[in-house]
Design a binder for this molecule. Structure first.
Ligand SMILES: CC(C)(COP(=O)(O)OP(=O)(O)OC[C@H]1O[C@@H](n2cnc3c(N)ncnc32)[C@H](O)[C@@H]1OP(=O)(O)O)[C@@H](O)C(=O)NCCC(=O)NCCS
Length: 181
């Protein structure tokens, strides 16, 4: 539990590794983030899929959530108000790395240190990693400034990396063209 100073009150925030019961809140906030990122149609994940993939024998991801006390719940009645979803990756140059897929704090709770709290907790949980990486949309200046203020470097600017994806047909075609076992 940590206390942060708010504009109007002292807010206690509890950060913890998500439980199965938190998947509904995480799915809700994933959709809120997709709306914020102007791509609501892209978010297809259900809380059942999060439960399946986050709580199987070798989970595909991990997640930290931020919870406020009941007296500080959101206007819609939510107490889980932020999350950071991450998983391991591996750098062939540097070794163990963690990828922060999503970082999100509900609008009414922003500016109270919760985003920083989640990001620092992820870094701490994964302290055996040498890198924490993430992608941010080019127009999302507040988030880009937030990361820059915490010392992150923008690899597109400094090294020219592009972010590449295969999915749908392009992924099916790769599978089709795979050499036989
Ligand atoms: C980005 C986001 C996670 C930050 O969370 P937050 O709780 O609002 O931020 P915090 O209150 O923890 O800010 C922590 C620190 O960053 C600084 N900061 C926050 N926003 C900043 C900005 N736009 N520019 C510079 N610094 C900023 C704060 O001043 C604070 O500095 P301090 O540690 O010196 O006190 C949150 O605003 C959010 O969910 N935004 C919408 C979704 C989003 O953009 N997610 C990231 C997608 S990649």
């Amino acid at each position: 539990m940590s206390s942060v100073n708010c504009h109007l009150f002292c807010l206690s925030v509890y950060y913890y590794r998500f439980h199965k019961e938190d998947c509904k809140d995480v799915a809700r906030m994933i959709m809120e983030l997709a709306v914020f990122e102007k791509m609501p149609d892209q978010a297809k994940i259900s809380h059942e899929e999060l439960e399946r993939d986050g709580f199987c024998q070798n989970p595909f991801f991990e997640c930290l959530v931020a919870e406020v006390s009941d007296e500080h719940r959101s206007k819609d009645g939510h107490t889980v108000v932020g999350y950071g979803l991450y998983y391991y990756t591996y750098s062939t140059w540097k070794g163990r790395s963690v990828y922060l897929e999503d970082l999100y704090v509900m609008p009414e709770f922003r500016g109270n240190g919760i985003g920083k709290g989640l990001m620092c907790k992820v870094a701490k949980v994964k302290k055996q990693c040498v890198r924490l990486q993430l992608a941010v949309l080019d127009w999302n200046s507040p988030a880009r400034d937030f990361y820059a203020a915490k010392g992150a470097q923008d690899l597109t600017d400094s090294e020219g990396w592009h972010f590449i994806r295969f999915d749908g047909l392009s992924l099916d075609n790769l599978v089709k063209d795979a050499p036989k076992d």
